[in-house]
Design a protein around this ligand. Sequence first.
Ligand code: ADP
Length: 634
Amino acid sequence: MEIDTERRFINVWAKDETLFFLPKEKFIGKTIAEVFPHMESLFSAPITAAIRTGEPQEFEYKHIDPTIDKWFKAKVTMVSKTNQPAEQQRLALTIQDITSRIKQEQALKQTKALLERTNQILESSQKLSNTGGWEFDVLTGEMFWTNQTKLIFEIGENDTINYQDILTLCDPGYDYIFDQHIRRSLEKKEPHDFIFRIRDKKWLRSIGFPVVENNCVVKLRGATMDITEQMKTTQALLEAKNKAEEAAQAKTDFLSVMSHEIRTPLNGIIGISNLLKMNRFQDHQAYVDNLIFSADHLLQLINDILDLTKIDSDHVELVQNEVNLFELLQRITNQFNSLAESKNIDLITFVDPGIPEKIIADAVRINQILNNLISNALKYTDAGKVTVALQALSCDAHKVTIRFTIKDTGIGIPEEYHEVIFDSFKQVQQPASRKHTGTGLGLAITKKLIELHNSHISMESTMGKGTTFRFDIAFDLPQSNMAIDQPSISYSVDTYANKLGDLRVLLVEDNPINAMVAQKQLAYFGIVPDCAYDGLEALSLLKNNAYHIAFIDLHMPGMDGQALSEFVHKHYPDTHIVISTADIMGDVRVRLSEIHAYDILNKPVVLEKLLVFLLKVAEQRSIISMESALDEQP
Ligand code: ADP
């Protein structure tokens, strides 16, 4: 179109005149504003600029009818010379249909936006799943990694990497695994999926597939996942599973050991009891000795198990008192002298003279520890010697640290057992130890007791040469004016045979066998007790009789021992209460021991212990004077 500076159409040309909005006669000679009032604003500014600057002006616009999806490009160029008068000046306005280009651009823009969105989602999902993508160009060797892959391998975002670099990042051994899988993928045109480790800590899983063109692998494409966390969980699960299996195995082993251990003395007890029932044998005493031995063994076993359970459930507290360690050790070794002699083994003790005579310790537990270790040393030694040495590592006015060493020249413990020997129920399976019986609990208890003393036990052992156990314990020393626990006088049971007949005793026990045993035990001291088989019977006896002492079983049907004791304590304060129980764990027992109103007698009851309580009451009631009884001792 040719227009003048008034924006009037002078002339118009077109390839296809149907494209005009109007027939050309209708707008030639008219201004843009007259013909297309709504387009005036669009054209006005570029035309003014073209006139003012002399520079061509371009702009694009959409079809004036918004329902028609067409785009145009307009160009305004001054075509007359600048020195011509204004009315003669002319401009060329060209309009080109650019719809197809605009459409292409729009499509491209949409594709770009879509791609960007896809990339963003891909990147987020890679981050979330800790998975990175990669592509390896087999022909050029180029390695393309997504940012996430670089993050996983801990290399910089702008760093490039080649195949060899990856192999060097792999931990020793995994470089080989990596290389093998990739090579197989390339050679066999197969996908791969394998796990490898890098940088000494990260577990990665690589999944990939070959891109084949003309029957040749040109690329490998895939993903690498960081599976360190899963591997940790899997490993923890595996360990837990193994531990559970081991525990189950240990339980089975334990049950088989226990059933053997319990049946053996039980067999003795039942067998000997039956023999005694037949009453046809001269050697009565030997049978009874064996009976007691078997029963004691059984009791020891059960005590061990309970002890271990108690220590495991933190129910053991050290009871610290002033202790003479020299005497304690002497007493322990005295017990073992005859065994050592019978095996022709020297049992040697050495106590550092630097150790103070009195220390503050739990005599029962120290005794238990030394007993276990010395008894093992003698048990597993057939010739040579067992040495028990106590050495002062340090000592001042308040504390002494003592090293205990128990050394034998016995069969030794195989290397593979050194770690596990302190575990519960672990026993060395070797021909030499098969002849020794035991439960495999001694060392487990010993270890825990030593730990209770804030220490630990160590062991050295050489097969065939012997074993040494060692531990150090720090003990407090008694301060000058501390109360001293007098060792209790040990009474000879014989002294009091038939001597305590004046004691009036009530026996409350629901188990007929236990009642029978208790009656016989009391009868030994000349006592004929009144017997009640439950709480109610006891109450009616109490109503009609006065008793010096009442032995009350803790566990009874109906009114239990505790309730009965409370009743007796309240209504018959002159009756001394002794609660007997076989329950060494129960909370009731703990509560009772805190009350101090009652004495507690452990079952199975031995005469010596029973006598302690009888004498206590007999003395209080002046029924017997201890000195007079002791005077009569031969
Ligand atoms: P056990 O009741 O079987 O003796 P322990 O826990 O005391 O149980 O000991 C566990 C195992 O350790 C024993 O069965 C034995 O094989 C081994 N053992 C313990 N002490 C010694 C030792 N001094 N010499 C050789 N072996 C020993």
